[in-house]
Design a protein around this ligand. Structure first.
Ligand SMILES: [Zn+2]
Length: 616
C-alpha cells in the first residue's frame, strides 16, 4: 500500500504539493510577534502593553493570557487584571470578542498586520505576580504577555520603555544588539519564564562555575555586596558540582527587599527572591537569604530541566497535575541544607539540627497521617496553595514531606552502596536522562534510577513514604550515619488545649484546632469567640502576659499553663451571637522534640556514610 501511494500522484500534483508546503512554511516563517511595554501611570499600578502580530492572515486570531505561572501551582486568573483591550487590523479598529475567560478573539479579516493594546493592573506583591508602582515595575511575564492561540513555539521580541524616572531593565531574556531595552524570546515558554525588573535597581555581578551572574536589588537594604558576591558564588559552585554542568551562560537574581519579605520563584536562567531589607546583617537573616538563594538556584536543574513529565510543555490554560512535587520542591528544600553545609555556612551540628527539625515538622503535623507525599503534590492546586483552617489536620506539605523523603532516600542509597553513591548521583543521572530524552520523568523512571544507583529495591520505601503515610523511621536512617536521635515530649508534663486564635477587642477568635486535641474532642470550633476561662475574663487572664503578636495559642494563657494533664478548662464562648460553655479535658502534648547528635563511637562504616552524606 505504501509503495503504491506515490504513483497516485502525477508530477503536477507533486509540484502543487511542494508549492503548498513552501507557502505554509513561508507563512509560518513570516509571522512576527512584537511587544512594547510602557508605563503612563505607574503610580496607579498600570502597564501599557502593545502587541503587534504580522503575517498571521486569518479570519480571526485568538490571543490568550496564561491562567497560572509555572512553579506556583495555583490558577491565578491573570487575565482578570486586563483592561481596555483593543485591536486594529491593517490600521483599522476591528471587533473583539471574549471567547473564554483568558481568550480574546480579534476579527482581523485576513489583514496581515494586527495591533493589540491593553493595560494591566499590577498591585499584588509576590514573586509570581506583576507589581508596578512609581518606584519600579516587576513584570512577571505570565501576568503581562499574551500569545496567539496554538503558537507557544513562536518567537517574539519585547521592547521595554521604562518610566521617565527609571533607567534600568534586568531580565534573563536575550538582548537584541544595538537596540536599547529590547529582547528576543525564542518561544513563549522562554518569555513566560523570564521575569523583567524595570526601575533603578542596584545591580552587581559575579562569575561562578564559568557563568556570569547578575544580582538586581530592588528596595534597598543592609546587604554587603562584596560578601554576597563571594558567598553566592560558593553556593553556585557547590550546586554545579552535583550536576557536573551548569547549562546557563548568564543567570539573573532579581531580589525584592521589603520590610519583611520571603519566598522565591525559579526560572530557567533567573529567579525572583523576596527578602527582608534589614536582615542581611543578622545571622539568622543572612542564613535565611543564602538558603533561599540555594533553593531557587537548585531549581534551575531540579524542576526546570530535571522535571516531572507533566511540567512541560505547559498547558497555560489549565492545572498541570503531577505527583512528583515532593522531588521538585521537597528535595530542593533538602538540598538547601546540603549546599549551605558544603559551602561552609553551617557546621555538622547545625546541618543535623536543620534536618531533624524538618523530620519533627512532619511528625508534629497531624495531616501527615492522612495525606501522602504523592497526593499532596497532586492536590497542590486545591490544597497546597489554598489551605483552610483544617489543612494541617488532613494534609502535609510536599515541601516538608519531600524534604524528609530526600533525607531518608539519600541515607538509604549511601548505606546500600557503602558510601560509594548518594542521592547526588540520582539527581545528576536524572538530569542527564531528561536532557537526552528531551522530556520530563515519570515517577516509575525516577524510582528505577534510585534502584539502579543504589542496587536495591525501593518498592517498600515508595509504598511507605511516597504513596503511604507510614511513620518516618528516622532513628534507623540517621543511625546509618552514626547519628543518634533522641525524642522527648515538646512540653514535658504540660498539657495542651490544641486551640489557637487571634485576639480581638471582644475576645480570642479561634482560628485553628488540632485533630484529636482537647479542643477538637470537646467541640471548640474555629470562629468561636472565647470570652472567659474558668470564669475569669480573657482580659484579666491575659493581664500579666506581654504578647508579641495577636495570634496566640490558648496554652500561653497563665491560667491554662498552671493546669495539669487531665484537668478541666471551662470556656465561655460566643458562637454566631449566642453564648455557650465548653469544657476541655486537657491532654498530653502529642508533639515531640527531636535532637540529633553525632555518635563519636560510630563504626567506620557509619563514619563513611556520614562523610558521604555531608559531602565534606
Ligand atoms: Zn522551590
Amino acid at each position: 500500500m505504501q509503495q503504491n501511494t506515490v504513483n497516485m500522484f502525477n508530477k503536477k500534483s507533486i509540484l502543487s504539493l511542494v508549492l503548498l508546503l513552501t507557502c505554509i512554511m513561508a507563512a509560518k516563517a513570516q509571522v512576527k510577534i512584537g511587544f512594547e511595554v510602557s508605563f503612563k501611570e505607574p503610580q496607579a499600578h498600570y502597564a501599557e502593553v502593545q502587541m503587534n502580530i504580522s503575517g498571521l492572515v486569518k479570519d480571526y486570531v485568538d490571543v490568550k493570557m496564561p491562567v497560572w505561572t509555572p512553579g506556583s501551582y495555583l490558577v491565578r486568573e491573570f487575565e482578570k487584571s486586563v483592561e481596555e483591550f483593543k485591536a486594529t487590523a491593517a490600521g483599522k479598529a476591528v471587533k473583539v470578542e471574549k471567547v473564554r475567560k483568558n481568550t480574546w478573539r480579534i476579527f482581523s479579516a485576513k489583514a496581515a498586520d494586527i495591533q493589540i493594546n491593553y493595560r494591566v493592573y499590577a498591585f499584588e506583591i509576590s514573586v509570581r505576580t506583576p507589581f508596578i508602582d512609581e518606584s519600579h515595575a516587576f513584570l512577571s511575564p505570565t501576568g503581562i504577555f499574551m500569545h496567539p492561540d496554538g503558537m507557544i513555539k513562536s518567537s517574539s521580541t519585547v521592547k521595554i520603555i521604562p518610566f521617565n524616572t527609571w533607567s534600568k531593565v534586568s531580565t534573563g531574556l536575550t538582548p537584541i544588539a544595538g537596540k536599547q531595552f529590547t529582547y528576543k524570546a525564542t518561544d513563549f515558554d522562554i518569555l513566560y519564564d523570564s521575569p523583567i525588573e524595570v526601575g533603578n535597581q542596584d545591580i552587581f555581578e559575579f562569575t561562578a562555575a564559568g557563568v556570569r551572574h547578575e544580582v538586581a536589588m530592588y528596595g534597598g537594604g543592609n546587604y554587603d555586596k562584596e560578601k554576597l558576591k563571594v558567598d553566592m558564588a560558593k553556593i553556585v559552585e557547590k550546586e554545579t558540582a552535583v550536576y557536573g554542568e551548569n547549562p546557563n551562560k548568564y543567570y539573573l537574581f532579581i531580589v525584592h527587599n521589603f520590610l519583611k519579605g520571603g519566598g522565591g520563584l525559579e526560572h530557567l536562567n533567573s529567579t525572583t527572591l523576596g527578602a527582608t531589607r534589614n536582615a542581611y546583617n543578622t545571622e539568622e537573616g543572612y542564613k535565611g537569604f543564602l538558603s533561599l538563594v540555594a533553593h531557587e538556584y537548585h531549581h534551575l536543574w531540579n524542576v526546570k530541566r530535571l522535571r516531572p513529565i507533566a511540567l512541560g510543555p505547559f498547558d497555560y490554560d489549565n492545572e498541570n497535575y503531577t505527583t512528583n512535587l515532593w522531588v521538585a520542591e521537597g528535595f530542593t528544600s533538602y538540598y538547601e541544607n546540603k549546599y549551605l553545609h558544603r559551602a561552609g555556612f553551617t557546621d555538622v551540628n547545625e546541618f543535623l539540627k536543620d534536618l531533624i527539625g524538618g523530620v519533627g515538622t512532619v511528625l508534629n503535623t497531624p495531616g501527615a497521617k492522612y495525606q501522602s507525599a504523592a497526593s499532596s503534590s497532586y492536590d497542590a492546586w486545591i490544597i497546597g496553595y489554598r489551605p483552610n483552617e483544617n489543612s494541617k489536620n488532613n494534609s502535609i506539605s510536599y515541601y516538608n514531606k519531600g524534604e524528609v523523603i530526600g533525607i531518608l532516600m539519600d541515607l538509604e542509597i549511601i548505606n546500600a552502596t557503602k558510601g560509594a553513591k548518594s542521592l547526588d548521583d540520582v539527581m545528576k543521572a536524572m538530569y542527564l536522562q531528561c536532557k537526552t530524552l528531551k522530556r520530563g520523568y515519570t515517577d516509575a523512571e525516577f524510582k528505577a534510577m534510585v534502584e539502579k544507583i543504589s542496587g536495591i529495591s525501593f518498592t517498600n520505601f515508595w509504598t511507605k513514604y511516597v504513596n503511604g503515610v507510614d511513620d518516618v523511621e528516622y532513628a534507623k536512617y540517621f543511625g546509618y550515619a552514626g547519628v543518634n536521635v533522641s525524642s522527648e515530649n515538646a512540653t514535658p508534663g504540660k498539657p495542651v488545649t490544641g486551640a489557637s486564635g487571634q485576639l480581638t477587642n471582644e475576645g480570642l477568635m479561634i482560628t485553628s484546632t488540632t485533630r484529636n486535641s482537647a479542643a477538637w474532642v470537646s467541640g471548640l470550633n474555629v470562629n468561636d469567640l472565647v470570652l472567659s476561662l474558668d470564669d475569669t475574663s480573657l482580659s484579666e487572664a491575659l493581664s500579666t502576659v506581654r504578647l508579641k503578636s495577636p495570634m496566640i495559642s490558648l496554652d500561653v494563657i497563665p491560667l491554662v499553663g498552671k493546669k495539669n494533664i487531665g484537668d478541666v478548662l471551662k470556656l465561655k464562648v460566643r458562637r454566631d451571637g449566642l453564648e455557650k460553655e465548653i469544657s476541655l479535658t486537657l491532654k498530653e502534648n502529642p508533639n515531640v522534640r527531636l535532637n540529633a547528635t553525632v555518635n563519636e563511637n560510630a563504626t567506620p562504616a557509619q563514619k563513611a556514610v556520614l562523610k558521604k552524606w555531608t559531602g565534606i
